[in-house]
Design a protein around this ligand. Structure first.
Ligand code: SAM
Length: 143
């Protein structure tokens, strides 16, 4: 189904509607065995996150990105930088994925928002599985 016709998406903007991605305010970080974790940074498949083939590495991480507002604002300010949001709550992560997808589709065609992505993970435990030492130049953390 096209994003514009799904009821979970706004007809006017094509963006996902938050009310269909409601989640508990908190998620138990100790119950995190039900999503895949790369065994090391070299096992992170960037093609799952960024559509353009590139040898670039992710440079910014928004840890506990919530609904992705900061990530989305940074996307156009640093268009050449790959950034990833890390979020523990599954529905919130799904919302951010859909929001980014919808933005890439509705953008002017210059590849906007193709430099951002989100992953569902427990950042307290798994940041080292995603990034090599010294890889990140900026992180935000508000969890
Ligand atoms: C206070 S909110 C901040 C959201 C966003 N950074 C902002 O400024 O609007 C904290 C977010 O971090 C997420 N979070 C909490 N613990 C986490 C963890 N261990 N790993 C990843 N995300 C986590 C929560 O689910 C929540 O969405």
């Amino acid at each position: 189904m096209d994003s514009k016709t799904k009821p979970t998406f706004s007809k006017s903007t094509g963006l996902p509607r938050k009310k269909f991605f409601r989640a508990r305010a908190h998620s138990n970080p100790l119950s995190d065995s039900h999503f895949p974790i790369p065994i090391s940074p070299s096992h992170v498949d960037l093609s799952l996150h960024f559509s353009k083939a590139s040898s670039k590495k992710t440079e910014f991480a928004d840890i506990g990105c919530g609904f992705g507002g900061l990530l989305i604002s940074l996307a156009t300010l640093f268009p050449e930088t790959l950034m990833i949001g890390m979020e523990l709550r599954d529905k919130v992560t799904e919302y951010v994925k859909e929001r980014i997808l919808a933005l890439t589709k509705t953008s002017s065609g210059g590849g906007e928002y193709e430099n951002i992505s989100v992953v569902r993970t427990n950042s307290m435990k798994y940041v080292p599985n995603y990034f090599e030492k010294g890889q990140l130049s900026k992180t935000t953390q508000y969890v």
